[in-house]
Design a binder for this molecule. Structure first.
Ligand SMILES: [Zn+2]
Length: 454
């Protein structure tokens, strides 16, 4: 019933037949609000994709509706600005901040809880959350929670080290600002530790934007200056500057005190590492096409594929890559439209996510298909199998040739991953476990970073 309504709604929104909304006119309808149900939704100057993009809305944000027309909502952005959002990307809520009624907050349960730039340990630590302070929870993605930090910044914390609670007030951040008369500072890593390791410069030293001589000099530190060490990567140390900025210094230049044993090691600095790259993630099936059905639980492949895709999307976001989902929610999208999206976006990678079936319920494992046997497709499929089976832990059924429409008709680098078998009881359990979904997304994430990083 509900699904049918959703399908009708988006068919109406996407087809040339416009949705007929009541026109509210110039005066605001005090009682209508919409909540954004997709990632990075464009806010436009008018009710058409031909008009200029004037802003973006995040998943879960809500807006006051001023009026509607032809499949678009006219919404209030702030005190002075209004804009238009496609009705396909929002849903109406009873009142503003309907999300906030259910809004959750996170609080640190360990003395040191790192905040990372993205939803993976591969991301660098950008700060820590303060014990005793509640931070609004924006979204969960597997074992990761995205929180709102002071100054409208956001970051990700691992849910093993936080407690999630219902928000005590409508807007925790605002309440906190009102209570303290200012914004709570975001602690710099290790700043609350007694013997935090430090680097003392022996002479005037270049401080760089990244861990290597190829990175820009952003400051020159004076001899005798002491900096807290935040992280290490190879032979480089990340230090905190007095103004809260971070910079990198070669570890052979300063005198070190304290132990580096507790300083987090960064394998890769991912922030901005995939800038300029485009990744199209394709959650298989959707809408009336449910895909495979779990043999024991009746779970739909379309829902599992979307869940893993969203987690992967969240992991990729902070790399600077342009990440596009062929469907942000439960809707039907034709195979041709999926390929068209990959080509029109000139995707560096098109990655289709699925779960498999087999007449033998004993068959278990992950496999990745490519169509073009030479070059990037096969290479990427191989890397995915390596990383995916390492993190997810299902048997490696290999990178294989597969004659699938979304691969065959695709001129971009394209692979199709079958994460596991919904006909196998073990795989089906893994597929439904949020933690294991996160492991799958992590493996795919690592593979994409490996494939796209020179
Ligand atoms: Zn499928």
């Amino acid at each position: 019933m509900k699904r049918g309504w959703v399908v009708l709604r988006w068919l109406a929104a996407l087809s040339s037949v416009p949705l007929v909304f009541s026109l509210v006119g110039a005066s605001a309808d005090e009682g209508r609000f919409v909540r954004v149900t997709a990632e990075d939704v464009n806010i436009r100057a008018g009710g058409s994709t031909e008009t200029a993009v004037i802003g973006q809305a995040e998943y879960g944000e809500s807006f006051h509706v001023l009026g509607t027309a032809d499949g678009w909502y006219h919404v209030r952005i702030d005190a002075t600005q209004t804009g238009w959002i496609s009705a396909a990307l929002v849903s109406e809520t009873k009142r503003f901040g309907a999300l906030q009624d259910e809004m959750e907050t996170v609080e640190a349960t360990a003395s040191v809880v790192n905040v990372r730039g993205g939803a993976s340990l591969l991301y660098e630590v950008v700060g820590q959350i303060q014990p005793g302070t509640s931070y609004p929870l924006l979204q969960r993605s597997g074992d990761w929670a995205q929180v709102r930090l002071p100054s409208e910044r956001t970051g990700w914390v691992h849910t093993d080290y936080v407690r999630v609670a219902a928000a005590p007030t409508r807007d925790v951040a605002a309440a906190e600002r009102a209570r303290t008369g200012g914004e709570p500072p975001l602690a710099s890593p290790a700043s609350n530790s007694q013997n935090a390791p430090t680097a003392t410069l022996r002479e005037r030293t270049n401080l760089r934007s990244g861990p290597g001589l190829n990175h820009a000099v952003i400051r020159v530190g004076a001899a005798g200056h002491v900096y807290p060490i935040l992280a290490q990567a190879g032979n480089w140390l990340q230090v905190a500057l007095a103004d809260g900025q971070r910079a990198w210094v070669a570890n052979w230049l300063p005198t070190l005190s304290g132990s580096l044993a507790t300083v987090p090691v960064q394998q890769t600095v991912l922030d901005s590492s995939l800038r300029g790259r485009t990744i199209v993630l394709d959650p298989g099936h959707g809408g009336v096409d449910v895909g495979a059905v779990g043999r024991r639980s009746g779970v739909f492949e379309k829902d599992l594929a979307l869940s893993v895709s969203r987690q992967l999307y969240n992991k990729l976001q902070a790399t600077g890559a342009h990440v596009v989902l062929t469907r942000p929610d439960d809707r039907f999208v034709s195979l041709a439209d999926r390929v068209f999206l990959a080509e029109s976006q000139r995707a560096d990678v098109f990655l289709s996510l699925h779960f498999n079936t087999h007449h033998d319920p004993g068959l278990t494992g992950s496999m990745t298909f490519y169509y073009s046997p030479n070059g990037a497709d096969r290479q990427l499929a191989t890397v995915i199998q390596q990383e995916l089976t390492a993190t997810l832990g299902l048997p490696d059924l290999g990178a294989r040739y597969g004659d699938y429409y979304v691969l065959r008709e695709n001129s971009q680098t394209a692979v199709l991953v079958e994460l596991g078998f919904l006909t196998n009881a073990g795989d089906e359990g893994v597929a439904q476990d949020l933690g294991r979904q996160e492991r799958a997304a992590e493996g795919l994430f690592r593979a994409l970073v490996r494939h796209l990083t020179p």
